[in-house]
Design a protein around this ligand. Structure first.
Ligand SMILES: [Mg+2]
Length: 244
């Protein structure tokens, strides 16, 4: 990947287009998708899951998702949610296979409903600042289970989001170039005039940089301090990071 040094330090020049990732960038999953929600869902199917094992379960899910990506490659993968849910349930203690299966299916189904998510508090002020500055905003999402149109409608984002590209439609997931290129072609924007903002260093940042776009890691948890990437910890920082 060839990346000019100026693409790695903030602020970036003001772009024409900001492409946003969705999950954990704009959308905050409810506690249904954290330890308390897993324990509640498991109880419905007779499982006694142990919330105290959450960190271990999260690591297991991360490893399972990575292994699945290695096997499947960059193809859009509707089965990934159940794989992640499965790994977390097993990590929290598991139980009889049919109950694990049913709990994983319930969690995966819940992920597809917009009402099980909220917008982070910093989203609307940021989208307003971009709109007021004449910078367009769009969604580029590995949309597992979500319909992007439903998300935009549910959160009344029509005035702020001018286009959406979903891996379900493109057939591949970020970091594949086709995801970013589909958006750039649709809006007739040059890569250098677009910046991707997302919470995944690999899918969002590396993928976009490889296409010649700018990119900023949204590191909400501050886990990537010191990483050689342009990074912010809140969308409150985004306007300044884009020279606005
Ligand atoms: Mg994300």
């Amino acid at each position: 990947m060839r990346v000019t040094p100026s693409a790695l330090s903030l602020p970036l020049p003001t772009p024409e287009l900001v492409m946003f990732d969705l999950d954990y960038t704009l959308l905050r999953p409810s506690d249904q998708f954290e330890a308390p929600g897993y324990v509640r869902a498991g109880a419905r199917f007779g499982l006694e899951l142990d919330a105290g094992r959450w960190p271990r379960a999260e690591r297991a899910a991360y490893a399972a998702a990575k292994e699945r990506r290695l096997r499947i490659g960059e193809a859009h993968d509707d089965g990934l949610l159940a794989v992640i849910a499965h790994a977390i349930i097993e990590g929290l203690g598991g139980g009889p296979p049919h109950a694990v299966e049913e709990t994983a299916a319930a969690i995966a189904a819940a992920w597809s409903r917009a009402e099980n998510f909220g917008l982070y508090d910093d989203v609307m002020p940021c989208l307003r600042a971009l709109r007021d500055a004449g910078v367009r905003a769009a969604l580029v999402s590995n949309a597992l289970g979500h319909s992007l149109e439903e998300v935009v409608a549910h959160f009344a984002l029509d005035d702020f989001i001018c286009a959406s590209v979903s891996s379900a439609d493109v057939g591949v997931v970020k970091p594949a170039a086709a995801m970013f290129e589909t958006m750039l072609e649709r809006l007739d924007v040059a890569p250098q005039a677009a910046v991707m903002v997302g919470d995944s260093a690999e899918d969002d940042v590396s993928g976009a940089l490889a296409c010649g776009c700018g990119a900023i890691l949204l590191d909400r948890g501050g886990r990537a301090v010191g990483a050689p990437l342009p990074r912010i910890e809140s969308l409150t920082e985004l306007p300044a990071a884009l020279s606005l």
